[in-house]
Design a binder for this molecule. Structure first.
Ligand code: DC
Length: 225
C-alpha cells in the first residue's frame, strides 16, 4: 500500500493536533507534534537558566538536548521525552507558551529540529503538524493542509483545554498569547508560517472535528486511489 507524508500547518490552537492524530490513527501512520519539540527546547533553556536572546549559549545548549517520542501507557499517543524525562504535561504550561515563539525564531534550533523531523519522515507514513512542515520540513509532502479558525474560537478552545488539564489561566491571557505567537511565527525571518498554493485550506471555525476529519480524509483518498 502506497504511503504518503501529510503536513498540517497553521495558526496556534486551530486543532491541528486533533486532526493529525485522527488521520494518523485511521491510516496507521505516525503522528508527530513538532511544536512539542520547540516547547521541550524552551523548557530546557528555562530550567537551565540559559538566556534565550543569547544565540551562542542556545546553540551550545542544543548539544545537551536529546528529544524522543515514546508511546504513553495510559492513552494511545506519543509523548515527548527531554533527556529521558517525560515532559509532555510540563511543556503545555503558559510560561512555556509565552517564550516558545522566541526560541522558534532561532535558526540553530530550527536546524536541529528540522533534521530530526526529516529523519522521522524518511520512509513516509507520517502526519506531522507545525508551522513549516509543508514549506521546509517536507516540501514534497503529498498532502499539505493549512488550518485556520477565528481568534475567538481558537482562544476559547485552548482555554477549555488548559482548564481541563488543571492549568491556572484566564481566557484573556490565552487569547493574548495566541495573537502574540501567531504574529511572531508568521513574521520571523527563518521559516515563517506561510500559506501557499500547494496547501488545501481548512477553516474550522464553523465545522465539527468529525466534519473536518471527513474532508481531510477525502483529500487523502483522492491521492491513494
Ligand atoms: O503547535 P504549538 O503551539 O505547540 O507550537 C509551539 C510553538 O513552536 C509555536 O509558537 C511556533 C513554534 N513552532 C514552529 O516554529 N515550527 C513548528 N514546526 C512547530 C512549532
Amino acid at each position: 500500500m502506497k504511503k504518503i507524508n501529510i503536513a498540517i500547518d497553521g495558526y496556534s490552537s486551530c486543532g491541528k493536533g486533533t486532526l493529525a492524530k485522527q488521520m494518523a490513527q485511521s491510516l496507521g501512520y505516525l503522528f508527530v507534534d513538532s511544536g512539542a519539540m520547540y516547547r521541550a527546547v524552551t523548557l530546557y533553556l528555562l530550567e537551565n537558566i540559559i538566556e534565550i536572546s543569547d544565540e551562542i549559549a542556545v546553540s551550545k545548549a542544543l548539544e545537551n538536548i536529546q528529544l524522543e517520542f515514546h508511546p504513553s501507557k495510559e492513552n494511545n499517543r506519543f509523548e515527548i521525552h527531554l533527556n529521558g524525562r517525560n515532559v509532555e504535561s510540563l511543556i503545555r504550561e503558559i510560561h512555556i507558551a509565552n517564550k516558545v515563539s522566541f526560541v522558534a525564531k532561532i535558526s540553530a534550533v530550527r536546524k536541529k529540529l528540522v533534521e530530526i523531523q526529516q529523519q522521522i519522515g524518511e520512509h513516509k507514513g507520517v502526519v506531522m503538524d507545525g508551522r513549516d512542515i509543508g514549506t521546509v520540513v517536507y516540501p514534497d509532502a503529498e498532502l499539505k493542509i493549512f488550518m485556520t479558525a477565528s481568534n475567538e474560537v481558537r482562544a476559547q478552545r485552548r482555554f477549555n483545554e488548559m482548564i481541563a488539564a488543571g492549568k491556572n489561566v484566564t481566557l484573556e491571557e490565552v487569547s493574548a498569547n495566541l495573537i502574540e505567537r501567531d504574529t511572531i511565527d508568521s513574521s520571523r525571518d527563518d521559516s515563517p508560517l506561510t500559506l501557499n498554493e500547494s496547501y488545501h485550506l481548512l477553516d474550522n471555525s464553523n465545522i465539527t472535528p468529525n466534519q473536518q476529519f471527513e474532508l481531510a480524509m477525502s483529500w487523502v483518498n483522492e491521492l491513494l486511489d
